[in-house]
Design a binder for this molecule. Structure first.
Ligand SMILES: Cc1ncc(COP(=O)(O)O)c(C=O)c1O
Length: 292
């Protein structure tokens, strides 16, 4: 990748809305979705330091994991192509081997990604020494990046996202949570008086524990300036409801912004629901991160 983290600051945009005006609350959107044309913002921030690490270690291959519709696999393929690194995507589900690729994987393949389809039992043990050893035997030496790009380097790559918000006047920063990596780094970069709320997009993981563990891995300690709200995950990853779809459609009509239903719509729905519950005092400035 040719860019550096220094020129990666994304714009802040104020949202005008009657519900906000009535509550006396300002809502600013942090447009991380505009950071890069093909790599979603959270992936950009997490992959950049991993690419640098691969280069520094003399590796020419990045090996990573994802489901058949993984944004992360596509993002890694795009990032690898841009930076001249070979990419291998290990995909959950050996039943997909030999079948035509879906549009998401076909795009990643066009960008040069090679695939390995593994069964679900092996998938569950994918970060074990045994499975990683076998993958390296099949694909050669590689820097291994976990799903979502959320390792210590990726988490540290999200610190500038918090730092960029230090002068925003925000007391609260909202972001959606998949693996917790973005929240872990963002929270570490915030100013002391700022706090973060992570809106869970998944229903099955112990997200608090995973986010805290990622902070410990990246910084040697966890910070206490964040919490995770699990009440707006709409059934979990990849799921949505008519209510969420209607919310995203209204949002698009009012503001001209298409929200990703898997993550961004859930976080913004959560922000408005928390607003209605009186979570934000009049005079509060809230930033919602669009991380896709
Ligand atoms: C739009 C968007 N927001 C937030 C996230 C959450 O990222 P993380 O896995 O770091 O929690 C993702 C992850 O894919 C995403 O695509």
């Amino acid at each position: 990748m040719n860019r550096t983290t220094d020129d990666a600051a994304s714009p802040l945009q104020e949202l005008r809305d009657d519900r906000l005006a009535a509550a006396g609350v300002r809502l600013l959107l942090k447009r991380d979705d505009l950071l890069h044309p093909t790599v979603p913002g959270n992936k950009w921030r997490k992959l950049l330091p991993n690419l640098a690490e691969a280069r520094a270690a003399g590796q020419d291959t990045l090996l990573t994991f994802g489901g058949a519709y993984s944004n992360h696999l596509r993002a890694t393929a795009a990032a690898g192509r841009e930076s001249g690194l070979r990419t291998v995507g290990v995909v959950r589900g050996d039943e997909l081997r030999g079948r035509p690729l879906n549009a998401s994987l076909a795009q990643a393949a066009d960008w040069g990604m090679e695939f390995d389809f593994i069964d679900r039992g092996t998938w569950r043990r994918r970060m074990s020494a045994e499975v990683l050893g076998e993958l390296r035997r099949r694909h050669g030496p590689a820097l291994v990046v976990p799903e979502g790009g959320s390792n210590a380097a990726g988490v540290r790559g999200c610190v500038p996202l918090g730092q960029e918000l230090a002068g925003s006047g925000a007391e609260v920063v909202a972001v959606s949570v998949g693996t917790g990596g973005t929240l872990a780094g963002l929270a570490a970069g915030l100013a002391p008086q700022q706090r973060a709320i992570g809106f869970a997009a998944l229903s099955h993981a112990p997200l608090d524990a995973e986010t805290a563990a990622l902070q410990v891995e990246a910084f040697g300690r966890r910070t206490s300036n964040w919490r995770i709200e699990e009440g707006y995950c709409f059934g979990g990853y990849g799921r949505s409801t008519r209510e969420l779809v209607a919310f995203a459609e209204e949002f698009k009509a009012a503001h001209g912004i298409v929200l990703d239903l898997g993550y961004e719509a859930k976080a913004l729905f959560g922000v408005f629901a928390e607003l209605a519950r009186g979570e934000f005092r009049p005079g509060t400035t809230v930033v919602a991160v669009l991380a896709g």
